[in-house]
Design a protein around this ligand. Structure first.
Ligand SMILES: Nc1ncnc2c1ncn2[C@@H]1O[C@H](COP(=O)(O)OP(=O)(O)OP(=O)(O)O)[C@@H](O)[C@H]1O
Length: 305
C-alpha cells in the first residue's frame, strides 16, 4: 500500500502564465481531498502533473517516499497505483459497459469480483450489457466512475465525478467514495458541487493564483463547526455601520449575493441572543442561524470585488 503521495514545490508555466506556483502538499491514505476553483484555474493541470502526463517546470512528485516522477520510465509503475477517472470521450460506443469494466479489471489485475459488486452498487444491471453508444450522459458517467473503482488503485483522481448525475446517483457515488476512503484509498476530487463535496471531503483546497489554500485557513473553524453563522438578508450599509459599532468583536462580511454573514463562536448564546434582539428591533426579520457553507466561502474567495 502507498503510504504517501507528495508534491514538492511544483511549478507549471504555460508561456508567461504561471498556472501552478510552488505547490507543496502531502496526501495520506484514507483521505478525500477536494479541489475547488473557477474554470481555467489549474485543477486539471495539477492532476496531469500527478498522473505524470505533464512534466512540471519545477519541483517533483514522489510516491511512497521513493518513486520519483522525474522520468517517463517510471510511468507504468506509477499508473499501477495512481489512476485518473476516464472521461466519457474515452468510452468505445460499440463496446458494452461490462466489457469496459473487464478491460479495466484485467489491465490493473484487480479482483474480478469487483466488476459485479460495482455494477450492483451503482445500479447498472439493466444496461451494463448494452453498447455504451446507447447510454445517456448519466449512464456513461456512472460507467466511467465504475471503471476507476474496478481498477482499484491506491490513489484515485477524479475530475468532476458528479457531472450529469441526478441527486440519487450523486448520493450513491458519495457513499461509495466514503467506503473507498474507509478502505484506505487516497481520493483527489475536483468538483463544482460544493455542498456535496463538503459532505465527504476531509480537506478542501481553493486554487487561486497558482496556489492551494486550505479552506480552514480561509475561515478558521470551518471544518470543525466551531462557528455559528448568522445569515441576514437586506442588511443596509447604514444599519451595518451601527451593528459593527455595537458588536465590534464580530467578523461581519457581505457576500456578492447581498447576504450578510456574521460569525459567532459556537457556544456564545448570549451574543446570538443579542444579535437576534438587534435584528428584530431593526425589523430585519429575514435571518437564519447555521453553518458557514463552502458556497459562502467560494463566494467570498472568488466573487468579492
Ligand atoms: N497545454 C497547455 N498549453 C497552454 N495553456 C494551457 C495548457 N493547459 C492548460 N493551459 C491553461 O492553463 C490554465 C489552467 O487550465 P486547467 O485546464 O488546468 O484549468 P481547470 O481548473 O482544470 O479548468 P476547468 O474547471 O475548466 O476544467 C488555463 O488558463 C488554460 O488555458
Amino acid at each position: 500500500m502507498i503510504d504517501l503521495l507528495e508534491l514538492k514545490k511544483i511549478g507549471v508555466q504555460f508561456g508567461d502564465k504561471q498556472v501552478l506556483k510552488d505547490i507543496s502538499i502531502k496526501f495520506q491514505p484514507g483521505e478525500i481531498i477536494g479541489l475547488v476553483a473557477p474554470n481555467g484555474t489549474g485543477k486539471s493541470t495539477l492532476m496531469n502533473v500527478i498522473m505524470n502526463y505533464l512534466p512540471p517546470n519545477q519541483g517533483k512528485v514522489i510516491l511512497n517516499h521513493e518513486l520519483q516522477y522525474s522520468s517517463k520510465a517510471n510511468e507504468v509503475k506509477i499508473h499501477q497505483d495512481v489512476s485518473m477517472m476516464p472521461d466519457q470521450s474515452d468510452l468505445y460506443n460499440h463496446v458494452s459497459g461490462k466489457n469496459h469494466l473487464k478491460i479495466y479489471q484485467e489491465m490493473w489485475n484487480s479482483d474480478p469480483k469487483l466488476i459485479d459488486d460495482t455494477i450492483v452498487k451503482l445500479g447498472m444491471e439493466s444496461y451494463v450489457k448494452k453498447k455504451t453508444g446507447t447510454y445517456s450522459l448519466g449512464m456513461r458517467q456512472r460507467l466511467c466512475f465504475a471503471m476507476q473503482i474496478v481498477s482499484n488503485t491506491q490513489v484515485m483522481l477524479m475530475d468532476e465525478v458528479m457531472n450529469g448525475l441526478d441527486p440519487t446517483h450523486v448520493e450513491l457515488i458519495s457513499q461509495i467514495l466514503l467506503q473507498k476512503k474507509a478502505e484506505g484509498k487516497t481520493i483527489i476530487i475536483a468538483s463544482h458541487l460544493l455542498e456535496n463535496l463538503e459532505q465527504y471531503a476531509d480537506r478542501i483546497f481553493f486554487m487561486k493564483n497558482g496556489e492551494l489554500k486550505l479552506v480552514d485557513d480561509v475561515s478558521p473553524g470551518f471544518s470543525d463547526n466551531k462557528v455559528t453563522t448568522v445569515r441576514v438578508s437586506n442588511f443596509s450599509q447604514e444599519l451595518l455601520i451601527v451593528f459593527k459599532e455595537q458588536f465590534p468583536e464580530l467578523a461581519v462580511q457581505t457576500l456578492p449575493n447581498g447576504k450578510t454573514l456574521i460569525d459567532v463562536k459556537e457556544q456564545d448564546t448570549i451574543t446570538l441572543g443579542a444579535i437576534t434582539q438587534y435584528l428584530i428591533a431593526q425589523r430585519l426579520t429575514d435571518f437564519s442561524f447555521g453553518k458557514l457553507t463552502l458556497n459562502d466561502l467560494y463566494s467570498l474567495e472568488y466573487q468579492q470585488s
